[in-house]
Design a protein around this ligand. Structure first.
Ligand code: FMN
Length: 369
């Protein structure tokens, strides 16, 4: 192993668990679920292959039937929980840890992909211009309808039930997806939240929805099995246009009180560079967070290890590297070349580009094909 990257291999106490290394897998949608938001058998193998990660953050998963996303798995009924349970069992058998990311798309959705009776909803009726995947290709999202207070209460309830199903599926915990311009993120940021009731306006009000979801999650799991993902400076889904520093300083202050298992921060999006002020925002937010801070976005083994050594991250989550390299940990350790990533096979389809990325020779024997 290269001396310069040894810090990413150090075990880490994360909530009530010990992660065997700091090379975590970031949550990534692969849109291969079958009818009813059920995982196909190949999903068991996909996550099992990646169980050497310190922690796997499983992909964004629908908290109710109106959460959006094409062929996205769900966690709001018994059948979905049972299909996830096979995944968690496989990962645990390999000695891995796996958290589930709980998700609702909010305004980043198109009505054509929602089931009968569901609408595209958000804190305010403000459209996003970032195209979303539909059965007819990429399309501009539907103008969302503003949520009523009654619906917000129902959504809170749906998140709580999703937590219960995730517990039933034997996950080690959950990550509340509060990033990427999806539902919770649009409550947090002022540009997408023009509400005048107790869920909009002040920082306290904009945080309320996430706070309530966290209160329920923590009462179900204990705070040491709940994490949050944020993306304060991301422009994805038309976000990051307001005073994100003020907003997320407040959010981090609140999160510190929860003493969560971790905070994962998408610091930079793939294929984008940050401005100096965005970098300064991330540095300041990171310095304010008091718990396990998982840095994410464009990290390599070297840059990740450096950030950990400098005390600016506790662990790193890797996204795209884990798609193409199920044995990323072994490859980093041996300074082995990484497999080439096939971007065309990210979403949908069969096992190609999913479970067929090759392992390094010495680990391949542990995988039954
Ligand atoms: C195919 C793909 C699917 C993704 N799906 C999700 C997701 O479901 N939830 C999420 O929070 N982020 C998602 N992301 C973002 C990743 O978690 C991560 O933040 C991003 O890829 C940056 O990390 P990287 O540079 O190591 O790839 C996705 C990224 C990719 C490439």
């Amino acid at each position: 192993m290269k001396e310069s990257i040894k810090s990413i291999f150090n075990p880490l106490k994360i909530g009530r668990y010990i992660a065997k290394n700091r090379i975590f897998m970031a949550p990534m949608s692969r849109y291969r679920a079958i009818e009813g938001g059920i995982n196909p058998e190949m999903t068991i193998e996909y996550y099992r292959q990646r169980a050497t990660a310190g922690v796997i953050m499983a992909e964004s998963t629908q908290i109710n039937k109106g959460s959006g996303g094409i062929n996205c798995p769900g966690i709001y009924n018994e059948n979905q929980a049972a299909s996830w349970k096979k995944v968690t069992e496989a990962v645990h058998k390999e000695g891995g840890l796996i958290f589930l990311q709980l998700w609702h798309s909010g305004r980043a959705a198109h009505k054509s992909i929602l089931p009968e009776g569901c609408e595209v909803v958000a804190p305010s009726s403000i459209a996003s211009t970032e195209k979303v995947m539909t059965y007819e290709g990429m399309q501009t999202p539907t103008l969302p309808r503003e949520l009523t207070l009654k619906e917000i209460k129902q959504l809170r309830q749906d998140y709580a039930e999703a937590n219960q199903f995730a517990l039933q599926a034997d996950f080690d915990g959950v990550e509340i997806h509060s990033a990427g311009g999806f539902l919770i993120d649009t409550f947090l940021q002022e540009e997408t939240n023009h509400r005048t009731d107790e869920y909009g306006g002040s920082l306290e009000n904009r945080f309320r929805f996430l706070g309530e979801i966290l209160d329920d999650a923590v009462s179900i799991w204990g705070s040491d099995r709940v994490g949050v993902k944020l993306s304060p400076v991301s422009a994805y889904n038309d976000m990051g246009k307001g005073d994100v520093l003020t907003t997320f300083k407040y959010v981090i202050d609140q999160l510190n009180k929860y003493q969560l298992a971790f905070l994962e921060v998408n610091e930079s999006m793939p294929f984008s560079n940050l401005s100096e002020s965005q970098k300064a925002t991330i540095e300041e937010l990171q310095s304010l967070y008091q718990g396990v801070y998982i840095a994410n976005g464009n990290y390599t083994a070297e840059s990740g290890a450096k950030r950990i050594e400098n005390g600016k991250a506790t662990a790193i989550s890797y996204g795209r590297f884990y798609i193409a390299n199920p044995d990323l940990v072994a490859r980093f350790k041996q300074n082995a070349p990484l497999n080439e990533l096939n971007v065309d096979l990210f979403y949908g389809g069969d096992h190609t580009g999913y479970t067929d990325y090759p392992f390094l020779e010495e680990t391949i024997t542990t995988i039954s094909k």
